[in-house]
Design a protein around this ligand. Structure first.
Ligand code: NZQ
Ligand code: MN
Length: 398
C-alpha cells in the first residue's frame, strides 16, 4: 500500500425531505445578514426561493438576494455578487441551487472576505495566475443548499469559475470555502427534470470512477467510490425514469455526497481535465454532457496503458455494473466501458463531442487550457498523458 495523507474538512450535513426549514436556525449562528445566491429561475419558479427567504426572516435574518448565476458561472458573475456582499455587509453567504450557485457563493465568500477597500477579483485567487493571492480564514462562512446530485460542491473545498476572456475554467481550492453547513433536501432535488438528472448524475459517476483509479486515491476513499458506483448503477436510471422515486433520489444524493468526499480526499483525473476546456470553449455544453462524451475513451486509454492496480480497479467497476469478471486482466477491465455505455444508454446520454458542435480546430487551444487549469487532474491520472494524447482522445470522442 502507498503512503497517503487523508484530510477531510468537516461539515455539518442536514439531510432529508423538508430540511430546507433548518436554514434560518443554521444561518443565524454566523450573523445577522445573509446573501442568498441562486440561479436565475428554477428555485423561484418552484417556490423554494420564497420559502427559503421566509425561513431566514423568521429567525430574524436580513436577506439580500443575488439571482444572477448561470451554468458555468463567470468571473464577472462572482465579482458582481461579491460587491453586493461587501456593500450590504453580509455575514454569511448561502449558495442555493446546483453546483453553479454553490460554487459562486463560495467564490463570493472569498472575494468579500478578503476585501480591504480596493476592488479585487476572484481570478487573483486562482492557480491560473502567477503568485495567486492566498485564501485565508477571512473567507466568509458558506452554507450550501444543493438542488442537484451533482457536483459534490455542497461538501467540497473546490469552487469552479470560468474566465471568459482567457477561456479558462478553473477550480478555486481552499479548505476555507468548504460549506460550514450543507442542506440536502430531497423535495428540492426531486424537482430536477430528467435531462438534468442524467447530466448531473453522470457527473457523480465520473467523480467516483476517476477518484477510484486516481494516483491520489487511497484505501479510505476507495470505499466511498466503490459504494457510490454501486448506488449510481442502481439508482440513477430509476431517478431518470421517475423523478418522484424518492428512494432513488435519496440514494443519488448519498452517492453525490460520497463522490464529493472522494473529490476532496482523492482527485479526479483525465475526463475532468479534458471536460473543463470543452465548457470553457463551448459554454453551452454542460459539465455532465462533456464528461459523458469523454469518459469511455479516457477509460480505454487508461486500461491499455494502466498498471495492475488500475486494471483491477476498472475490473471492480465492471463487476459492480453487473459483468462476470473471471480475472483481473486488461480484457476483463474493458468491460467497464460496456457498463458505463449501458448506463449512458439508460439515461439517454450516449453523446459525442460533435453533437455539441465542437470543432477540431479548437483542440490545440483546449489542450493548452487543460494544462494551465487542470494540471492537478492531469497529474493524478493513473497513466502519464501528453498533449498529443489529449488531442487524440478529443478526436476519438468526436
Ligand atoms: O440556474 P437555475 O435557474 O437555478 O436552474 C438550474 C440550471 O439551469 C437548473 N436546476 C438546478 N437545480 C434544479 C434545477 N432545475 C429544476 N430543479 C432543480 N432541482 O439546472 C441547471 C444547471 O444547474 P447547475 O448548477 O449549472 O448544474 P450542476 O449542479 O451540474 O453544476 C455544474 C457546475 O458545477 C461545477 C461544474 O463545472 C459547473 O460549473 N463543478 C463543481 C465542482 C465542485 N465545486 O467541486 C466539481 C464538479 O466536477 C464540477 O466541475
Ligand atoms: Mn464533475
Amino acid at each position: 500500500m502507498r503512503n497517503f495523507r487523508y484530510y477531510l474538512p468537516a461539515n455539518d450535513i442536514i439531510f432529508g425531505s423538508g430540511s430546507l426549514s433548518s436554514v434560518g436556525v443554521e444561518a443565524k449562528r454566523f450573523g445577522k445578514k445573509a446573501l442568498l445566491v441562486t440561479g436565475k429561475s428554477s428555485m423561484k419558479r418552484l417556490g423554494f426561493l420564497e420559502k427559503c427567504v421566509d425561513f431566514l426572516k423568521k429567525e430574524g435574518l436580513e436577506v439580500e438576494h443575488y439571482g444572477e448565476v448561470i451554468s458555468n458561472p463567470t468571473v464577472d458573475i462572482v465579482n458582481r455578487g461579491a460587491r453586493i456582499a461587501i456593500e450590504k455587509n453580509c455575514d454569511v453567504i448561502i449558495g442555493f441551487g446546483g453546483g453553479s450557485a454553490i460554487d459562486t457563493a463560495k467564490n463570493i465568500a472569498v472575494v468579500a472576505g478578503h476585501f480591504e477597500g480596493k476592488d479585487i477579483s476572484i481570478w487573483e485567487f486562482s492557480g491560473a495566475v502567477e503568485n495567486p493571492r492566498p485564501i485565508t480564514s477571512k473567507t466568509l462562512p458558506v452554507i450550501a443548499i444543493t438542488s442537484t446530485s451533482g457536483t459534490g460542491s455542497h461538501v467540497s473545498r473546490f469552487a469552479v469559475v470560468t474566465n471568459e476572456k482567457t477561456r479558462e475554467k478553473m477550480g478555486i481550492l481552499s479548505p476555507f470555502i468548504c460549506p460550514k453547513v450543507s442542506i440536502v433536501d430531497i423535495d428540492i432535488i426531486s424537482c430536477m427534470p430528467p435531462s438534468l438528472t442524467s447530466k448531473t448524475g453522470f457527473d457523480v459517476m465520473a467523480h467516483l470512477t476517476e477518484c477510484l483509479v486516481s494516483r491520489r486515491s487511497n484505501p479510505i476513499t476507495d470505499f466511498y467510490c466503490l459504494k457510490g458506483v454501486e448506488l449510481v448503477f442502481e439508482y440513477l436510471p430509476r431517478a431518470y425514469r421517475n423523478g418522484e422515486d424518492l428512494e432513488a433520489r435519496e440514494n443519488m444524493a448519498i452517492a453525490d455526497t460520497l463522490a464529493g468526499w472522494a473529490l476532496v480526499t482523492s482527485r479526479p483525473c483525465l475526463p475532468h481535465a479534458m471536460s473543463h476546456p470543452v465548457s470553457a470553449f463551448y459554454p453551452e455544453v454542460d459539465h455532465g454532457e462533456a464528461l459523458a462524451a469523454l469518459t469511455c475513451e479516457c477509460v480505454r486509454f487508461n486500461i491499455e496503458r494502466g498498471d495492475e492496480e488500475t486494471v483491477r480497479k476498472y475490473c471492480e467497476i465492471a463487476r459492480i455494473g453487473g459483468k462476470n469478471i473471471n480475472s483481473f486482466t486488461k480484457e476483463e477491465a474493458l468491460k467497464s466501458i460496456d457498463v458505463i455505455k449501458e448506463l449512458l444508454e439508460k439515461i439517454d446520454l450516449n453523446v459525442r463531442l460533435r453533437d455539441f458542435g465542437v470543432k477540431e480546430e479548437d483542440f490545440e487551444g483546449m489542450v493548452r487550457s487543460a494544462f494551465s487549469t487542470m494540471r492537478g487532474p492531469i497529474e493524478a491520472n493513473p497513466v502519464d498523458v501528453s498533449d498529443r494524447d489529449i488531442i487524440e482522445l478529443y478526436k476519438k470522442s468526436m
